[in-house]
Design a protein around this ligand. Structure first.
Ligand SMILES: Cc1cc2nc3c(=O)[nH]c(=O)nc-3n(C[C@H](O)[C@H](O)[C@H](O)COP(=O)(O)O)c2cc1C
Length: 370
């Protein structure tokens, strides 16, 4: 299918499935266990409806926003997804270039198949570095320094992965990183390969390399080794949101890891509002999980998010059309979001309010019969 014929983000998933080897497609697409949360991440958006305002002059729409003080073209950013060279030979290079062309932020995964230095070499762009804390703390400290020196602007600390969720397709396929690729950031430590095991190779890798003891005190530790702002990715409750503020986090990403970790956690859009309320505007709250439409972006902002991140749409579009595909996905979401704003009567991102949406937990207001 030519790029012209693609009219929405979800079409890329079907095309990627036709194009990618099964083991790789399954790794990108899967959720954990029954994949209840995977479906719910999408379904929950469809239960939120609009309360559009009319007769507002929407001849000028400004969708730009600021994230941690950085001005970006739209409140839609790129989530960290591992091993992008399995999707396309240019992998993270292509994603970095597409994000920068679109004027938005890319988050590079710790488990990228390109190093922080390589991604930085693609040129200008605001980039965050996602951190998995490995057992070797000296190495973690070095890696954070490398990201800092390469010009990354924030650390996104993933806090929902002390162990890998059970992704049954990966177990069945005995997922392994294709031998011509490595986790580039970890190569020098001799832990750049994900070998074939009797389990998902990634699950085995995580259980031997990731530090399961990670706790709140390590958020403090991280602050002693870097001056970069730290976002906590994987917060799903008000309790933890309050602890995140106390621990000095610069922001929170409400995330269930694309439904790949604990199954039967709520859709992120359902968890968002309790976290926004708990945080009381002290730090920004972002969301990822199931964002496939501009309307989803609007709904997240109406419920208090300062911006959203997208995961799978990036790897799927990368697999089909490389850098141009990622650009296309960003452009489609941008266009949809802009139309949603116009049809809701919002001219600026700050004009999107809670009153622009209704949720199941709002009491419906039914007009008494006159
Ligand atoms: C293939 C894939 C790889 C991922 N790799 C990482 C990772 O390395 N680090 C991380 O913090 N999150 C990772 N995630 C989770 C994403 O950052 C994000 O939370 C999720 O993809 C958002 O949901 P969406 O895919 O529905 O947009 C990954 C998700 C997918 C689908």
């Amino acid at each position: 299918m030519s790029m012209m014929e693609i009219t929405n983000v979800s079409e890329y998933e079907k095309l990627a499935k036709e194009r990618l080897p099964k083991m790789i497609y399954d790794y990108y697409a899967s959720g954990a266990e029954d994949q209840w949360t995977l479906e719910e991440n999408r379904n929950a958006f469809s239960r939120i409806l609009f309360r559009p305002r009319i007769l507002i002059d929407v001849s000028q729409i400004d969708i730009t926003t600021k994230v941690l003080g950085f001005k970006i073209s739209m409140p839609i950013m790129i989530a960290p997804t591992a091993m992008q060279k399995m999707a396309h030979p240019e992998g993270e290079f292509a994603t970095a270039r597409a994000a920068s062309a679109a004027g938005t932020i890319m988050t590079l995964s710790s488990w990228a198949t390109s190093s922080v230095e390589e991604v930085a070499s693609t040129g200008h762009g605001i980039r965050f570095f996602q951190l998995y804390v490995m057992r070797d703390r000296n190495f973690v400290a070095q890696l954070v320094k490398r990201a800092e020196e390469a010009g990354f602007r924030a650390i996104v600390l993933t806090v929902d992965t002390p162990r890998l969720g059970r992704r049954e397709d990966d177990i069945k396929n005995r997922f392994a990183l294709p031998p011509h690729l490595t986790l580039k950031n970890f190569e020098e430590l001799g832990i750049g390969k994900i070998d074939r095991t009797d389990d998902s190779g990634l699950a085995s890798y995580v259980s031997s390399q990731v530090d399961r003891s990670l706790s709140w005190k390590d958020v403090k530790w991280l602050q002693t080794i870097t001056k970069l702002p730290i976002l906590l990715k994987g917060v799903l409750t008000a309790e933890d949101a309050r602890l995140a503020v106390q621990a000095g986090a610069a922001g929170i990403i409400v995330s269930n890891h694309g439904a790949r970790q604990l199954d039967y956690v709520p859709a992120t859009i359902m968890a968002l509002e309790e976290i926004v309320k708990a945080v009381q505007c002290q730090i920004p709250v972002f969301l990822d999980g199931g964002v496939r439409r501009g309307t989803d972006v609007f709904k997240a902002l109406a419920l208090g998010a300062s911006g959203v991140f997208i995961g799978r749409p990036v790897v799927f579009s990368l697999a089909v059309h490389g850098e141009a595909g990622v650009q296309k996905v960003l452009q489609m979401l941008r266009d949809e979001f802009e139309v949603t704003m116009a049809l809701s009567g919002c001219r600026k991102v700050e004009e999107i309010t809670r009153n622009h949406v209704m949720t199941e937990w709002n009491t419906p207001r039914i007009c008494p019969k006159l």
